[in-house]
Design a binder for this molecule. Sequence first.
Ligand code: BGC
Length: 867
Amino acid sequence: MAFRIYDLTCEYMSAPLGLDEPRPRMSYKLASDEPECVQVARRLQLSLSEDFAAPVYDSGMVRTDETLHAEADLKLRPLTRYFFRITSRDDRGREASAVSFFETGFLGTAWRAKWITRPDDRKDDPVVPRFVRRFRLPEAPVRARLYITACGVYRAQINGQYAAPDLLAPGWTSYNKIHQYQTYDVTELLSAGQNELSALVGVGWFCGNLIGKNRRNVFGDRTALLCRLDMTFADGRTRRIVSDERFRWCESEVRLSEIYHGEDIDARVKARPLQPVALLDRGFSMLRGQQSAPVAPVEEIEPVALFTTPKGERVVDFGQNMVGFVRVRVKAPAGREIRLRHFEVLDRDGNCYFENYRTDRAVASYITDGGEDVFEALLTFYGFRYVCIEAFPGEPDLSAFTGVVIHSDLAQTNSFSCSHPLLNRLQSNILWGQKGNFVDIPTDCPQRDERLGWTGDTQVFCSTGCFNMASAGFYSKWIRDVVADQEEDGLIPHIVPNAFLKRGNGGACGWADCITIVPMTVAQRFDDLRLLREAWPAMKRWVAYMKNWGDDPDTYIGHFHFGDWLGQDGDTGTCKGATNDDLIACAFYALSARLTAQCAERLGKPRAAASYRRLFERIRAAFMREFVTPSGRLACSPRNQTAYVLALHFGLLEGAARSQAIDGLLASLKQSHDRLTTGFLGTPYLCETLAETGHIDNAFRLLVQEEFPSWLYSVKMCATTIWEHWDGIRPDGSFWSPSMNSYNHYAYGCIGDWMYRYVGGLRHEEDAPGWKRFAVSPTPGGGITSADLDFDSPRGRIGVHWKLTDGRMRISLSVPANTSADFTPAGAAEEPGLRITRNGKPVAFDGAPLPSGDYEIDYAFAEPAEK
Ligand code: BGC
């Protein structure tokens, strides 16, 4: 078709059910087989019926080139399906339209159901309860919706079939402030006659063990269920089943289930006596419909090897550090155990290494019932590459095991590869790190007794995360929890959802600054103003917190900080890099002030913007005063890469101080033989700072560095994910201390963003949010001679494929309909002989943005590719 509209979404989801957003936003993409396609007008209609015979909203054709976040000025009814039709008109007068739908959730109306739980004397029982309700129906309904949530994590079934593939529902939020519920279309699962609705409810994050050995009951002291099944029959009659005293509970086959410790399932446990439930006094005001894609099983991995270690342990290797669980198929007499202990790496002697899981048990134990058993995790997950088979009936066979990968089910939006095989493995590791740490919230790691929403890790990885997956809804959901968990004085906790029982655990620079960095990044990449509106008050309060701290409102000195966490230049054995905490804190204070000013600008608040810009200037002056000598040298010890990078990249240095810092940074790289010394806070900006100060060659040398410490060091050590420490496994095969050594910690994967922007050659433009216009300028370096990047932007697929051959740079570029590209021929020779064709026809290039179309670009490159 010549002009096409596709990929309709509502609140970043496709046909979502149970939306609790009073003004949901609808977005779409455009495609055209002819170039230079621009939308000139759009129409949005909403209707209760699919035929749109009587629309309840009609915007009429409105002149706009915007394709994202269309809103209807309409008060929505709760629990209602709205069809929406978008009609787009382009500048040639062609029209295209498409229909999708969303369904509203309760929108604050009453549930008319009760929270049910086990009686007090059983509330601490590790056996997972199954809540059950049986009922008869005269006929099968024509429409049925299950609205459901739990304190804990649940799996709901109707007549023995799962209501949805979702796992770990209702997801993890700061439950006592925002508690998600899910809406499932269960029409097909119900039938005439006897029906059964049931749900397993495990302790999950709500009341299971969380942080540290004996800590539990962080959000409440018992599991509970809340649900409502609304059914409509062919003649229009309705029936409702709600959670109340008519439910019963029984013991289930799940004898234990914990996020950290795994699951014990005894398949011999069949129907147990049904017992009365108790009611739980828990409100409804915190309930909110699913906000983003749920966690689900997304892919399966077959194991690559079964072997015996020197110690005699039987091990299955999945060949990939992954997050999810192992599905085991077995036929054995009743009462035999299968016991799998999960782990990430083998020690240097080739034996299982469990110590870095700390207090996590990470064991799946299954007892057979004598039939053909298939076991898998129901209410938990594991981070692992290997499992140690601690018990198995008979001789295990590889075909008995399948790795099931779970994560928040977001579309992967980036495919990147280049001529450097180790960088391709690095990209794979970054992506696997993202999968493993996108388990409903952005986590630090997925395997040990943390798996927490560490705010620092999240902000460090966010821009890479936005490239690789359609992450806007995922981050927005988490940011709502950050806002909800902010304390009265503006402090942002170290982890969100805040699972610390004590208040005041927060405010660390580069961690708490997630409240400015993450919304600004996401809003930029997805053109999301609403997220900025939601985060704005919290951003202001966080900046005010730093301002009010200590005696000097223009610095942020003397607070507790993690500093340049895991920087290589710290004392041996410590986690803290050597960079001065106060310097880093001041730099991030300045960054947050500047981002808050930019946020104010985007929200149309010029006075606030000016005031935060002034604050930034004052912090900059204070930084110069505190951390720069009169002659322009950084006045801190050591003067290291992170100190230089933050001062330069955050724009804190003036005059001679700036050029001295650039020289200092280059000298430091020379001294370290092109190896980085940076930790969590310096690393994300290191290559960028080098590129923007005109030293991209140095950035490339860091990128392709294979010696420790570097990104490719772990790749050379056969890592399949990003490690927490640059030296998680040392060259001699020894490990960093087990007290803090994850092999799936995505933070250093932040280099992805730089790689896509420079090697891939695709960059967002600050003044054109959501990739409305973008920059294209692939930059060969580091011996890389080609790269292929396909990015599904919110406005359609951008392709940048380049190859450097015989001194000529050849680029194939796809610019989606209704967008444009600022193209710069990086590294062009003096006489570049630039040739550009669009959809097969030559076009003249005058530096203006290239409109939509498929381009072939070709020019003479100034230097031959490095060897
Ligand atoms: C986590 C980190 C986190 C840090 C705070 C660790 O235990 O795994 O990634 O940011 O604590 O310093």
